[in-house]
Each structure stands twice: as C-alpha cells, then as structure tokens.
Design a protein around this ligand. Sequence first.
Ligand SMILES: NC(=O)c1ccc[n+]([C@@H]2O[C@H](COP(=O)([O-])OP(=O)(O)OC[C@H]3O[C@@H](n4cnc5c(N)ncnc54)[C@H](OP(=O)(O)O)[C@@H]3O)[C@@H](O)[C@H]2O)c1
Length: 219
Amino acid sequence: MRTIGIIGAGEVGSQLARAAVAHDYQVVIANSRGPETLTHLVDELGPSARAATAAGAAEAGDFVIIAVPLKLVNDMPAKQLAGKIVLDTNNYMPWRDGRFQDIDSGEKTVHELRQEQLPTSKVAKAFTHIQAPRLFLSASSPGTPGRHALSVSSNYPEAVELVTRLYDEFGFDTVDNSPLSESWRSGPGQPAWLSHAHQTREQLAANLADARRIVSFRG
Ligand SMILES: NC(=O)c1ccc[n+]([C@@H]2O[C@H](COP(=O)([O-])OP(=O)(O)OC[C@H]3O[C@@H](n4cnc5c(N)ncnc54)[C@H](OP(=O)(O)O)[C@@H]3O)[C@@H](O)[C@H]2O)c1
C-alpha cells in the first residue's frame, strides 16, 4: 500500500502529496485541468510523483485521497475507485458548494453522500480539520507529549485502520469518530473543527462529544 492516488491538487491535495513523498510513498496526482498543468508541482515533488487524469490517479493508487469539494453531480471516477479505500478531505461549505438539502435537514452527512456516490469504495473522512500547512507544522513523533490528534470516520474498519496508520506515519494521533453518520461532529463550525490549531487525543474526543448538530428544516 505504498502508492497513493490523489485527486485534487489544490491546497490540501498538494500538501498531502508533499507529506506522502516525505514519508516514502509514491504519488499519482490529478486536478481538473489535466496532467500537463501539474508539471511545476510534480517537478517540486520529485521522482516519487507523477501527474495523471483523475481516473489515472484512481487506478494507480493502492488507496486514494479525494481533495475535491463534493458536488451533487458525481465528478469522481467511480469505476476506477471501485473496491478501494478512499480518504475524503471534503468539508461542506454552502457559500462555496451550494446548499445540499439532505445535509441541511440532518438526513445525511456530506461523507455519507460521498459514500453513496462511490458505493463500492470504502470511504473515510480524513484530514478535514487541519489546515494544509499544519500537516508539517503540527506533526510530531509517536509518544510526544501533547501530540496533535485528528479524527477519522468510516463505515469500514479496514479504512479506519489504514487512516490511523497513515496519521501516525504523518505525525498525528487518531480518534475514531465512526461511522460516517457521526462524521458531522468534526464538521465546519463544530468544536473539533474550530480547535484545528491544536488538540490532543483527549481534547479531540471531548470536542467530538461536545458537538451539537445544526439542522435547518425544509421549508
Ligand atoms: N485548504 C485547507 O486547508 C483544507 C483543510 C481541510 C479540508 N479542506 C477541504 O478539502 C477540499 C479541498 O480543499 P482545497 O483547499 O485543497 O481546495 P482547492 O485549493 O480549491 O483545490 C481543489 C482541487 O480540486 C481539483 N478538482 C476540482 N474538481 C475536480 C475533478 N472533477 N477532478 C479532479 N480534480 C478536481 C481542482 O483542480 P483545478 O486546480 O484544475 O481546478 C483543485 O486542484 C475542500 O472540500 C476543503 O473544504 C481544506
């Protein structure tokens, strides 16, 4: 499991690619405009990285990271992602993404919608409440007192295991906030998300427990 496909090469996708290469992973990265627009980033990442289409990155990855906001029309290569563990960094931002009624009404979480769009993949919500630059700034070795912790949510224990290992390699402790129906607890505006600058495993667990669901009913 040493090749990561990364779909999305913006702030989060490019920073996750840097962290992956720094930890000896191979990276195949894609954006929406085509591999030829990623030359600069791939040059910076070095020989462990190459650019591809989204379908190519999905196909090449032992597992795949989606660092692209969710859209109601599925714009991810579901066929190439079939059977794979898919880490989704997406945060729901109505000002940017538009309003999704199922999320606003509290019927579903944004990551349950991603799971529905990728029914044969194993979706995990990961890396959502850390700002991209902090992937390096907040990292520390296992056992460091006060080590920064991140949450993971998935309906698949094997996806939680993979993310836990990856977080540890990248320098973070884990709090399991599964299943995906509970993933709203780490969403924008919640205590775990607002405390992104620093929280230990204990603080993150307490912040997840303190979350209060914000629901706007259909009018
Ligand atoms: N920024 C952060 O620190 C941060 C932290 C945690 C979570 N998040 C969340 O993670 C997600 C990504 O955030 P970001 O800040 O990295 O966004 P961003 O800088 O706007 O980057 C988005 C990337 O997605 C690509 N993309 C869009 N549609 C695509 C498609 N259909 N196929 C392939 N690539 C596609 C874009 O390609 P082009 O460049 O070609 O347009 C771009 O590379 C968001 O939901 C955000 O809320 C962000």
